[in-house]
Write a protein that binds this ligand. Structure first.
Ligand SMILES: CC(C)(COP(=O)(O)OP(=O)(O)OC[C@H]1O[C@@H](n2cnc3c(N)ncnc32)[C@H](O)[C@@H]1OP(=O)(O)O)[C@@H](O)C(=O)NCCC(=O)NCCS
Length: 183
């Protein structure tokens, strides 16, 4: 049985995954300027401080409404937020969908991969999830690599599965399950 609570801050010496704070506005502003992030998430496409604070408030509502956990990814030294990661409950008991983004200036430094590692390890142990799955568009090689580097297995292609902005998108399904984590 899943009881939704924020994990303790998850750290690996480089990144810290922790709840969003109102002082993380600069991260939301940078994400709003990325072509991909606002289309696939609720990051505002037109940033204002008010819209940024509403985004941060929505991440806490994910927990209180029982939708899942939505956390900031921060630099462990400075605690400056550079991204977002979530585990959202799927309709099937014990299954979570993982989602993440990193601001453009902090990409290609292993931050997504490290954060996926931290939250997946926690989710499949203390978090009590049996399966964590990722849905990734076929052209999103960085996201596929970040999942594969963390032992997620590709299970197949779901055709015309999601609406992203105004278009239909195919997605590759990846998963990691408790038994994988114990190997
Ligand atoms: C996908 C995303 C989260 C990756 O974040 P990141 O911190 O740059 O990823 P990492 O540095 O951990 O890199 C992970 C892997 O992807 C590779 N990679 C990163 N950027 C890449 C790129 N533009 N093209 C090809 N490979 C790339 C890295 O080399 C690494 O592979 P390796 O393990 O074989 O070395 C980031 O590009 C992003 O936020 N994109 C927009 C939002 C998005 O697509 N979210 C995911 C939706 S499913």
């Amino acid at each position: 049985m899943i009881s939704l609570v924020y994990p303790p801050p998850l750290c690996d010496g480089v990144v810290r995954v922790r709840p969003w704070r109102d002082t993380d506005l600069s991260c939301v502003e940078q994400a709003s300027q990325d072509p991909r992030i606002p289309v696939g998430t609720t990051v505002p496409a037109h940033y204002t401080a008010e819209a940024g604070l509403a985004y941060i408030a929505r991440q806490h509502t994910r927990l209180t409404s029982g939708e899942g956990l939505a956390l900031a990814i921060a630099d462990q030294c400075t605690d400056q937020a550079v991204g977002h990661i979530n585990l959202m409950l799927r309709p099937q008991e014990g299954v979570a969908g993982i989602g993440y983004w990193i601001v453009p200036a902090a990409r290609r430094q292993g931050i997504a991969s490290r954060s996926i590692s931290l939250i997946t390890a926690w989710g499949l142990s203390a978090g009590n999830f049996a399966r964590i799955e990722g849905w990734v568009e076929p052209d999103n090689y960085a996201s596929q690599r970040a999942l594969e580097a963390n032992g997620f297995l590709q299970e197949g292609l779901l055709r015309s599965f999601l609406t992203i902005g105004t278009r239909r998108a195919d997605v590759l399904v990846y998963s990691r399950i408790t038994a994988d984590a114990q190997r």
